[in-house]
Design a protein around this ligand. Structure first.
Ligand code: NA7
Length: 531
């Protein structure tokens, strides 16, 4: 069998994989990308469900590394729809002539570290083999769908559609749809499907805090004005807490007079997901302050639906922002429509799926189609899906069974020369992810170049440094309100424990730490010679 020998293999061709290929080429490394989809885009390739849209402003949810690209590309709306982001990424791939180095419709099935050679041996489902010095997993933090445990789903005779693997040829007009999941994806899909469904029954487990997205076309002059100060905005985002140019407004909510606090929350309500969390500096840290904002948001939610019982079900009881906030465009309006119903599966669990119904403890709901938006095996799922074996036969799934761990969220002890872009312990999923991705990719590219310059061939995180980093990730998280809610931010250990995965110390602080590690000769890593 032909084995291709390269410096690096990049798994995934979304925001992270594309930029990684660009940086590797720039540094003179030979690299190949492997992508399961038929095109580039990652998340934005797969998530083609109706209503799919980013909830971070387009002007900020885009690459900053190429000043010409950011000036040339024209966004049409404040929040870009899936198709527009996909076109953008396709444009980037064309502009940098990346597609010739990406094997599409191909999945990496196994990657084994060869200790004697100091290289990774990688195989794909197309029977290709690669022998590479560096393995870079740009597989996405929210890419491995988590399926609901719906009893007897196999008996269902209608169409089953997953938002994260949507078949865009599906025609659900006039159909009875039973939909599961009301996170960011679910509420967008519900709003869109309510326009044409015959009957839409929404099965909710945990309600979301959803703020109005207030999406609109970018106003004349608005894009130009932002482009004129793009450098300044990008710099601010890079050193900010969450990867956005605008910082939280100074002041603690609990110290404001009620009328002033209310006024500020009112202004923030219409400014998108980060708008509300940025209304005061302490909303993610102080329970009392958070509760003021949470009550405000709960009242808004209650006021947006006509039915009191429905309002009760939609009201979250956890701190605002401790689970991912959602931006809604017509979600609550959808629930007011006569063809839409809401079922709380905590109050009436699903007991069975039949050929054409969802049956709960309290009722039977007709279904021609079942749509599913129940989230992802976050941060680690796509990596664990690979038969990934490091030093001394260590398997990643087994190693992470006691809790996901990664030094700086990028490298795993026992897995030399392997990098996970947006891995557990990185700020990516709790930030403007494109800002985090650019930082991760640039750091990895610099690391590989430094290694080459120093004449070393192998880099591996030390177990102690990794433990210390994960302890730090936990300490920083415990000082916030994030751990107060049950969310996909938490990884599970085999004995039922929890590991808070994202680094919430701020993308600016994280960047500084990564730079310091590199400047100190890769502190916390062991560097080795080629054997
Ligand atoms: P999320 O945010 O993980 O949302 C999935 C939702 O599905 C969440 O509220 C789950 O509740 C719910 N869920 C899970 N299982 C069920 C069942 N069996 N029945 C009903 N509801 C269920 O995923 P999204 O795709 O919406 O968003 C992911 C990210 O994409 C988002 O954060 C943005 O960054 C964009 P649970 O929490 O499990 O109780």
């Amino acid at each position: 069998m032909m084995v291709r020998k390269l410096d690096a293999l990049v798994v995934g061709a979304g925001f992270a994989g594309l930029y990684m290929l660009i940086k590797l080429r720039e540094e003179g490394f030979s690299a190949q990308g492997v992508e399961a989809g038929s095109g580039v885009g990652g998340t934005w390739y797969w998530n083609r469900y109706p209503g799919a849209r980013c909830d971070i402003p387009s002007m900020e949810y885009s690459y900053s590394f190429d000043p010409e690209l950011e000036q040339e590309w024209e966004w049409t709306e404040r929040y870009a729809a899936q198709g527009e982001i996909l076109s953008y990424l396709d444009h980037v791939a064309e502009r940098y002539d990346l597609k010739r180095d990406i094997a599409f419709d191909t999945k990496v099935t196994s990657a084994h570290w060869d200790e004697a050679m100091g290289r990774w041996l990688v195989e794909t489902d197309k029977g290709e083999s690669f022998d590479v010095q560096f393995l870079i997993l740009a597989t996405g933090a929210l890419s491995e769908p988590k399926l609901p445990d719906l009893p007897n789903l196999d008996a269902f005779e209608g169409q089953v559609l997953f938002t994260a693997k949507w078949d865009d040829s599906a025609d659900l007009a006039g159909k009875a749809i039973c939909h599961f999941g009301t996170g960011s994806s679910g509420i967008q899909a519900v709003a869109a499907m309510s326009e044409y469904a015959g009957q839409l029954t929404v099965f909710q487990r945990t309600p979301s805090y959803a703020v109005p997205a207030n999406n609109r076309p970018l106003l004349p002059g608005e894009q130009e004005e932002q482009k004129a100060r793009y450098r300044e905005m990008r710099e601010a985002a890079k050193h900010s807490p969450l990867g956005f140019a605008a910082p939280p407004r100074p002041g603690k909510a609990k110290e404001f007079a009620p009328a002033d606090r209310h006024k500020r929350l009112e202004e923030a309500w219409n400014a998108g997901t980060t708008g509300l969390l940025n209304a005061f500096e302490d909303l993610l840290f102080d329970e009392t302050s958070n509760e003021f904002a949470a009550i405000f948001a709960r009242d808004k939610i209650a006021a947006s639906v006509d039915d009191k019982e429905m309002a009760r079900k939609l009201t979250p009881d956890y701190p605002l922002g401790s689970r991912r906030m959602c931006a809604e465009i017509g979600f609550y309006d959808a629930l007011n429509k006569p063809n839409v119903a809401l079922v709380d599966v905590r109050e009436e669990p699903v007991v069975e799926i039949t050929a054409n119904e969802v049956v709960t403890e309290k009722g039977r709901y007709p279904a021609d189609a079942i749509t599913i938006a129940t989230g992802f095996d976050a941060c680690t799922g796509a990596i664990k899906a690979i038969d990934l074996v490091g030093r001394d036969g260590q398997r990643i799934g087994e190693e992470w069974a006691d809790g996901p761990r990664a030094y700086l969220g990028l490298t795993v002890s026992g897995f030399p020369n392997m990098f996970a872009i947006t891995g557990p312990g990185s700020p990516s999923v709790l930030s403007n992810v494109v800002v985090s991705i650019e930082q991760h990719v640039e750091w990895v590219a610099r690391c590989l170049a430094d290694l080459r310059t120093s004449g070393k061939a192998v880099i591996e995180a030390d177990a102690e440094a990794e433990q210390a980093w994960m302890r730090h990730v936990d300490e920083v998280a415990q000082a916030t309100l994030f751990p107060r809610a049950d969310s996909w931010y938490k990884g599970r250990t085999r004995d039922g424990g929890e590991v808070f995965m994202p680094y919430v110390g701020g993308v600016g602080a994280y960047r500084a730490k990564c730079d310091e590690v590199a400047a100190k000769g890769y502190q916390g890593f062991s560097l080795g010679e080629a054997s």
